[in-house]
Design a protein around this ligand. Structure first.
Ligand code: SAM
Length: 334
């Protein structure tokens, strides 16, 4: 096995793979049905070797290992991934953590306490009535659904609407939600940021049917983007939007540029084409005290923080990733 891995490592390195040894081990483990380190204690069968050869050829052509294997670990959940959606990144796990760290700061703070402590009888009664204890979250640009599903797994009283403009990504997110057993609290809808398609499931349609308040109408007349979700109806808007500058997209590593959906990457001339309208819409749909949580490019922290402040968000904060780079901006509605 050592010799085989060395040969495969050399082939993948020659093809430009960043961590060729790890990639060879992971692909071997995938066909052998074990963990990467266990391959050295097993014998590979001729059938497995033939299968491995096919996967190595795909990797030599630049296809990301995660697409070849078909899944990634995201905060302990096995998230299926393929070319329909962006591969979930470790940095995005920090975005989920930022939400979890701040649930106590939102109007539905009971949710987190419910997870840690036994709920009070009053809280249980209210939950049984189906009121108040539900944390309403929208994940904008949900891709595989990784953020939405990680939040559902860690917040038992949350309901998440996952919005994506891509029907392919939405189909994958739904598959992930059903396979992981979150179907009941997860709704996938097609839409442009917080303006979602009229063909959405009934729970969302209900909100759309509500007539806009006079204040809402006034704001719409002022030119504020009118969103699908009712005004002040959500506790959390979370998003890892496309934020790479159009000019930079062309220079990305071919394994990203040629395999991951362009729709998931390209954020326009300065990378913030989607962030600006999303923040404006979030200021509208969030409840007072509700939070917006955005993943950003390493050099976009100050610009996005300013966009949030201009939209009236308070307690705006820039958070760093594992490499010490700006990666997340959060803020709360007045
Ligand atoms: C960077 S990916 C993030 C995917 C996933 N949330 C993650 O963190 O791995 C951005 C996602 O936004 C979606 N998207 C792009 N433009 C959008 C829009 N105008 N409205 C909603 N979703 C959009 C893309 O299809 C893609 O799935």
């Amino acid at each position: 096995m050592n010799d085989l891995i060395k040969q495969l490592e050399a082939r993948l390195a020659a093809a430009g793979s960043g961590n060729a040894k790890r990639a060879a081990e992971e692909l071997a483990a995938h066909v052998m049905g074990c963990r990467p380190l266990e391959i050295y204690f097993k014998t590979i069968t001729p059938e497995q070797q033939a299968e491995l050869e096919k996967l190595i050829v795909r990797a030599e052509q630049g296809e990301p290992i995660q697409y070849i294997i078909g899944h990634v670990d995201f905060r302990g959940l096995e998230i299926r991934c393929d070319r329909r959606a962006l591969i979930p990144r470790p940095e995005t796990e920090l975005l989920v953590q930022a939400v979890l760290d701040n649930v106590d700061a939102t109007p539905s703070s009971r949710t987190k306490q419910t997870k840690r402590d036994p709920p009070s009888p009053k809280a249980t009664a209210r939950r049984d009535e189906g009121v108040a204890s539900t944390l309403k979250i929208v994940d904008v640009g949900s891709g595989t659904g990784c953020i939405a599903l990680a939040l559902l797994s860690e917040l038992p009283n949350a309901e998440v609407v996952a919005v994506d403009v891509s029907s392919d990504a939405l189909a994958l997110a739904k598959e992930n939600a059903e396979r992981l057993g979150f179907g009941g609290r997860f709704t996938a809808v097609q839409g442009n940021l917080l303006n979602v398609d009229a063909t959405t499931p009934s729970r969302c349609k209900q909100e759309k049917r509500d007539p806009p308040s006079p204040e809402a109408t006034a704001r719409r007349d002022e030119g504020v983007a009118f969103t699908f979700f009712a005004e002040a109806s959500l506790d959390i808007v979370v998003s890892n939007p496309p934020y790479i500058l159009s000019g930079v997209c062309k220079t990305l590593d071919p394994s990203v540029r040629d395999f991951e959906p362009k729709l998931a990457l390209d954020g326009g001339a300065d990378g913030l084409d989607l962030v600006r309208p999303l923040v404006e819409q979030a200021a509208w749909v969030l409840k007072p005290g509700g939070g917006i949580f955005l993943e950003i490019g390493y050099d976009q922290g100050l610009a996005v923080a300013l966009i949030l402040k201009d939209a009236g968000f308070q307690r705006v904060e820039i958070k760093k990733d594992y490499a010490g780079l700006d990666r997340i901006v959060i803020g709360f509605r007045r």
